[in-house]
Structure formats: structure tokens, C-alpha cells
Write a protein that binds this ligand. Structure first.
Ligand code: NAD
Ligand code: MG
Length: 402
């Protein structure tokens, strides 16, 4: 059913790219709690047509887009008689991002989210950015384009949202470092030999967060934290030396900023993505949240450990890639996406994920491909070529025992 609340004053027009995913779900939960405040313009999904159609009908969206072109007929049938326009394929996802909205959640997973997020950026709107791969893949360029277009990039990733909140306590020249926390994932206490052989089911058992499959595996390898170090660097224009990672198994403190007077400002909250998303949705004001209130007396203890760069080489590789430059972080992400897909398909062991990323990075550097990226097309080309290179290296990584 179409809904024309947008005519009422104070109503925000919002779109959610990746509405059927884990972040999409948390976002829709917040929108559902205050229907009088939001008009949904566009919703997108990869191939979950029924989930997308159900949401589009519930929220009275104006447009629904599915990435898989072969599913257009199914989506049309599911929306028949509702007046909701629909489309399929990458162009339809981009159209969803281009439609007029005051606030867009960018929550497509992987580098596939880059072009739609850039389309939203070019509209100069406010973007809650969950899709960290956009920044890892095309960081400098992405942020420059946002600046040009006057787009507000609000970090929805919990650690970066925490930093965003803490950074307002001081000025840039007073900052000495930022600290992003990591739960350490399901293998935090495991020996390297056991991590090497970990199964998919074991990698998918995150101790604190409930998330999509790719990011859950990235959390187990700590590649997610590597992606987040890179994300923080581009988002806040920080050098690798200004970004520390701290393992904090309870996931209550999400990020901290240390200033020159040695004050450390932290943001705390339950491990529930509705907290950073609510911050983005309300910004620059605060809205009423949906997560549980934080009960520190019940939690009792907050503990901390230094990260282990040997058992979790993915984290070390992220710093290496960041020091090498933008093309290398694009390669880091691309090779990791290929490696995770191969691990899910049981073609490689868990421990081989980082090896494939390292070998791809080394091959990339050896080939002399280190020119800086100057456009989104450059980033997309590097991403494409790095995937091909990783796929070429895959059989020998799969064959090699650790
Ligand atoms: P998910 O797999 O649960 O959902 C991904 C969404 O993107 C789905 O709606 C899916 O249909 C859509 N999608 C996937 N591939 C697509 C494609 N090729 N074209 C168009 N749409 C596509 O993932 P998620 O956990 O919600 O994560 C989304 C993004 O947010 C990722 O970049 C992730 O790193 C980031 N993030 C997630 C969390 C979390 O708690 N889940 C936390 C921080 C950041
Ligand atoms: Mg995070």
C-alpha cells in the first residue's frame, strides 16, 4: 500500500540498500518503531524477493529493487496491485540509491555496495554507511566525492560510530590516537593449529554479535578488524600509527579516542547494531533506541588484551596494505572476498584465507600495480583484477597444507 506521509512536515524520507540483511533488519526495526516519522522511498535486496516484497508492502515503499535480474517477474508478481514500482539488476539498485531520500542506509555487503553508495553520495544526502568495503575499496576517492557533493557520511559500523561520537570531545590536532575494540571472535583463545582447521560452523559462532555470514567469518579471522582499521583510516583521515586495536571480549566499549591531555573518551553500549544505527538515524539529534539499556553491574567485568598478529595474520596484513596505499587495500578486500567464498564452498581451510590474501597482495606488489586510484572506475578495475589474481592463486593455496 502506498503511503504519503512525506507530505507531513518533519517526516524523513529514507531508503535502505540491503534491506533484507542483518543491518537491514535492525534498520527496519527502528523504522517500524516510529512509523509516523519515516516515509520509505526505496528498498533493495540481492535475491530474497519474498523478504523484499514483504518489507516493501509493510512500509509502503515507493520502489523495490532486486539485484538478480532473473527475479524481476517474481518481484512484479509479489507486488502486483500495490502501486509499488520495482526493478531488477544493478541499474535498479543504483536507481534505488538515486531516488530522493533524506537518509540512506548503505548496507549491501561486499564491494557490490560501492556503486550504489556512490550514487547516493552524488545526491549529497545523508548516508549511514555500514558497507565498510566501500571505504576499503575506494576510501580516499569515496570521501573526496562525498565532500564535493556535500554528502554526510555517518559511520554505522559500531566501532566507527563510537569514534565518531567520541571525536566530538576534542579537535583534530589534539587527537593522539583512536582505539577500536575487537571481541576477538570465536577463536580468540584457540591455538594457531586449531584455527587453521576450523570449520564453517565453528567460524559462524560469534560470541557476541548476530550478523551476516561474510562479516561473521571475517570476525573469526579478524579480517573484519583489519577492514575496520582501513575503514577508520579513510573515514577520519588517520595514519595507520594513529589507529590501535584492542581485544575486548565483552564488546561493550566499541571505540575510544585518546587526546593530547591523555583523556580517553569511550562510547559504550550493548552489542546491538540498533544502537549505532539509531545514532545515525537520529543524527544530529538523538532518538529513542530499541536496544536494552546497559547494565554494567550485571556485566561485572570489562577485560582487555593486546591483539595477536601471529595467530590472526589478517590484522597484520591490513596494516601492511594501508601502509602500501589505496590500491593495496582494494586488493586486500577483493582477495578476502574470494577467500571467504572459497572457505564457505569448502575449497580452502580457514587458515588459508589469510594466506590467499597475503599471496595476492604480494603478487600485486610484485607486478608493480601501485599507481594511486583516481576514480571509482580505477577502484572497480583494481577490485576486478585482484579477484582474478586471487582466483588464479586459489588452486595452489587449496593444495598446500599449512
Ligand atoms: P547480510 O549478508 O546480512 O546482508 C547483505 C544485504 O545486501 C542483503 O540485503 C543482501 O540481499 C544484499 N546484497 C548482497 N549482495 C548483493 C549484491 N551483489 N547486490 C545487491 N545487494 C546485495 O550482511 P550484513 O551483516 O547486514 O552486512 C552488510 C554490510 O554492513 C557489510 O558491509 C558489513 O561489513 C557491514 N556491517 C555489518 C554489521 C552487522 O552487525 N551485521 C556490523 C557492521 C558493519
Ligand atoms: Mg564493526
Amino acid at each position: 500500500m502506498r503511503n504519503d506521509k512525506a507530505v507531513a512536515s518533519g517526516v524523513r524520507i529514507v531508503s535502505v540498500l540491503g534491506a533484507t540483511g542483518s543491518i537491514g533488519d535492525s534498520t527496519m526495526d527502528l523504522l517500524r518503531a516510529a512509523p509516523e516519522r519515516y516515509q520509505v522511498e526505496a528498498l533493495t535486496a540481492n535475491n530474497n524477493v519474498q523478504g523484499l516484497a514483504t518489507l516493501a508492502k509493510e512500509f509502503g515503499a515507493r520502489f523495490a529493487a532486486v539485484a538478480d535480474e532473473s527475479l524481476l517477474g517474481e518481484l512484479r508478481d509479489a507486488l502486483a496491485g500495490t502501486g509499488i514500482a520495482c526493478g531488477a539488476g544493478e541499474s535498479a539498485i543504483i536507481e534505488a540509491a538515486e531516488r530522493p531520500a533524506d537518509w540512506i542506509m548503505a548496507a549491501i555487503s561486499g564491494a557490490a555496495g560501492l556503486k550504489p553508495a556512490l550514487a547516493a553520495v552524488d545526491r549529497g544526502t545523508t548516508i549511514a554507511l555500514a558497507n565498510k568495503e566501500c571505504l576499503v575499496c575506494a576510501g580516499d576517492f569515496f570521501m573526496a566525492r562525498a565532500l564535493n557533493a556535500g554528502a554526510n557520511i555517518l559511520p554505522a559500523d559500531s566501532e566507527h560510530n563510537a569514534l565518531f561520537q567520541a571525536l566530538s570531545s576534542g579537535n583534530r590536532h589534539e587527537l593522539t590516537k583512536v582505539i577500536i575494540t575487537a571481541s576477538g571472535g570465536p577463536f580468540r583463545t584457540w591455538a594457531a593449529a586449531d584455527i587453521e582447521q576450523a570449520t564453517l560452523a565453528q567460524a559462524l559462532k560469534h560470541p557476541n554479535w548476530s550478523m551476516g555470514q561474510k562479516i561473521t567469518i571475517d570476525s573469526a579471522s579478524m579480517m573484519n578488524k583489519g577492514l575496520e582499521v582501513i575503514e577508520a583510516s579513510y573515514l577520519f583521515a588517520l595514519s595507520p600509527d594513529e589507529i590501535d586495536v584492542l581485544v575486548h571480549p565483552q564488546s561493550i566499549i566499541h571505540g575510544m579516542v585518546e587526546f593530547s591531555d591523555r583523556s580517553v573518551v569511550a562510547q559504550l553500549g550493548a552489542p546491538d547494531m540498533r544502537i549505532p544505527i539509531a545514532h545515525c538515524l537520529g543524527w544530529p539529534d538523538r532518538i529513542v533506541g530499541r536496544a536494552a539499556t546497559l547494565d554494567l553491574a550485571k556485566i561485572g567485568q570489562l577485560t582487555f588484551e593486546a591483539p595477536d598478529f601471529v595467530r590472526f595474520p589478517g590484522l597484520r596484513l591490513a596494516y601492511d596494505a594501508l601502509r602500501t596505499g589505496q590500491g593495496a587495500t582494494t586488493v586486500y578486500n577483493a582477495a578476502n572476498e574470494i577467500a571467504v567464498a572459497a572457505f564457505i564452498a569448502q575449497q580452502i581451510r580457514f587458515g588459508a584465507i589469510a594466506r590467499l590474501v597475503e599471496d595476492t597482495l604480494n603478487a600485486w606488489i610484485r607486478a608493480g600495480n601501485l599507481a594511486p586510484l583516481s576514480s571509482a572506475d580505477d577502484a572497480i578495475a583494481v577490485d576486478h583484477n585482484a579477484r582474478k589474481m586471487a582466483a588464479t592463486l586459489l588452486p595452489q593455496i587449496a593444495a598446500k597444507a599449512s
